[in-house]
Design a protein around this ligand. Structure first.
Ligand SMILES: Cc1ncc(COP(=O)(O)O)c(C=O)c1O
Length: 409
């Protein structure tokens, strides 16, 4: 059969259940396959179908960007203009693209901590940028700490040039954070915007979980992008909102988008890489344009929100039932993850080994999410999106047994 990233990463004799993988379940991916099949048939019947097999326009096909803008405007409850959208091949490619095109090795990246560990690796290891962790609390970045760090590292901030117009980057997941599930409250967003403008910093927001809000009927929290208000006298354009279809449709589509300010767009338009290949994922974007027109994506999103919400409840209930020691977590209002803090004497790397070898279950170690080593050793990130409820409960029960063994309780 086709191999997946999980097959590539590890293969062993035992079936290991994973609360590590950040992707929709097999059942939801099958539903996505049905959606894609329907939309593909519609696309292939169109007279204009050969256009989908041509190089796409650099920022993406207008029809896709228009449909996407309409969809996002409805979902966010805030206007998204199609002219501000640049199609990418998923959020990971968006980060690699912006990190390499608007910045250079050695440039400073302030990153909230804990942070999505592969994002940190991309910035630090692939792009050789200078990653500096910003302490956060249960509401995300602590703004005063961010300000202190900017002052401390001010000598390393680069003077802007036409091709590289920002002095540093802020990397963050302000809404339904990976790994903590938190979201940055409005007052903090406002203060972050003031700092970005004052110090010429570009916030690159991985907004990949924003549409997965589980507070029924409520709009998701406002994006940092919206706080960078174009009508302000001191507006310059300091935020990119980097979105993706990976989390609510399927990661195999490799389709996402960036909502960018004019200042960024101007530079992207000069990019030879985009000019040579055109849109980063044109054909799939044409299929999804049709799926949006036919309302299929909207219905799918409503369905997955319900599924994820019930999986979240199962995970939290199982934690309350099976974890045999003092621990804490904050029940997230959206996204994919629950961040669990265990007693400080628990080493989650050891716990992980026991879980995998003896209880055939795995999770993500907290220490992976640190910008510098030594932090979050007693924390774990549990993903509730990938497994059905019975498996989630089983996994937490197994982790509870492993903890009992580790703590001798
Ligand atoms: C914060 C964050 N950014 C980016 C990604 C990757 O997204 P994509 O599949 O769109 O590249 C993930 C997936 O786990 C994520 O959690």
């Amino acid at each position: 059969m086709f191999s997946t990233q999980a097959d590539y990463m590890e293969s062993g004799p035992e079936k290991i259940y994973s609360l590590k993988a950040g992707a929709p379940s097999t059942r939801l991916r099958q539903k996505c396959a049905d959606l894609v099949q329907k939309a593909t048939l519609s696309l292939h019947k169109l007279e204009k179908c050969p256009e989908a097999f041509m190089y796409g326009a650099d920022p993406g096909a207008t029809v896709f960007r228009q449909e996407l803008a309409k969809f996002l405007t409805e979902q966010y409850g805030n206007t998204v203009n199609h002219e501000d959208l640049w199609v990418n091949a998923g959020a990971s490619q968006g980060l690699a693209f912006i990190g390499s095109f608007l910045f250079q090795s050695g440039d400073v990246v302030f990153a909230e901590e804990p942070a999505y560990y592969i994002g940190l690796r991309a910035l630090r290891d692939d792009l050789a940028m200078n990653v500096i962790g910003i302490p956060s609390d249960s509401d995300g970045i602590i703004v005063e700490e961010f300000e202190k760090l900017i002052t401390e590292h001010s000598d390393k901030l680069q003077p802007p040039t036409e091709k590289k117009p920002y002095s540093a980057m802020l990397y963050c997941v302000p809404t339904f954070n990976n790994p903590t599930g938190s979201f940055l409250p409005g007052e903090r967003c406002q203060k972050v915007i003031e700092l970005l403008r004052k110090h010429n910093i570009l916030a690159f927001c991985d907004d990949v979980y924003n549409l997965l809000s589980y507070t029924d009927g409520e709009k998701p929290p406002q994006r940092l992008f919206e706080f960078d208000d174009k009508s302000n006298a001191d507006y310059k354009g300091n935020v990119i909102s980097n979105g993706s279809f990976s989390k609510f449709l399927a990661p195999g589509l490799r389709l996402g988008w960036m909502e960018v300010p004019e200042r960024v767009l101007k530079v992207l338009k000069t990019c030879a890489y985009a000019s040579s290949g055109g849109c980063f994922n044109h054909y799939i974007s044409c299929i999804i344009a049709i799926a949006l027109q036919e309302g299929l994506v909207q219905d799918h999103l409503l369905m997955v929100r319900k599924v994820f919400h019930s999986q979240l409840n199962t995970l939290c209930d199982a934690l309350d039932k099976y974890i045999p020691c003092q621990f804490s977590y904050q029940r997230p209002k959206g996204g994919y993850f629950v961040w669990v803090t265990l007693p400080s004497k628990v080493n989650c790397e050891k716990l992980y080994e026991i879980c995998r070898k003896k209880y055939f279950v795995e999770f993500n170690n907290g220490s992976r999410f640190a910008a510098s080593s030594g932090k979050f050793k007693n924390c774990m990130r549990l993903c509730f999106a990938f497994n059905e409820c019975e498996i989630i409960e089983h996994c937490v029960k197994q982790i509870g047994l492993a903890l009992k063994e580790l703590l001798n309780c």
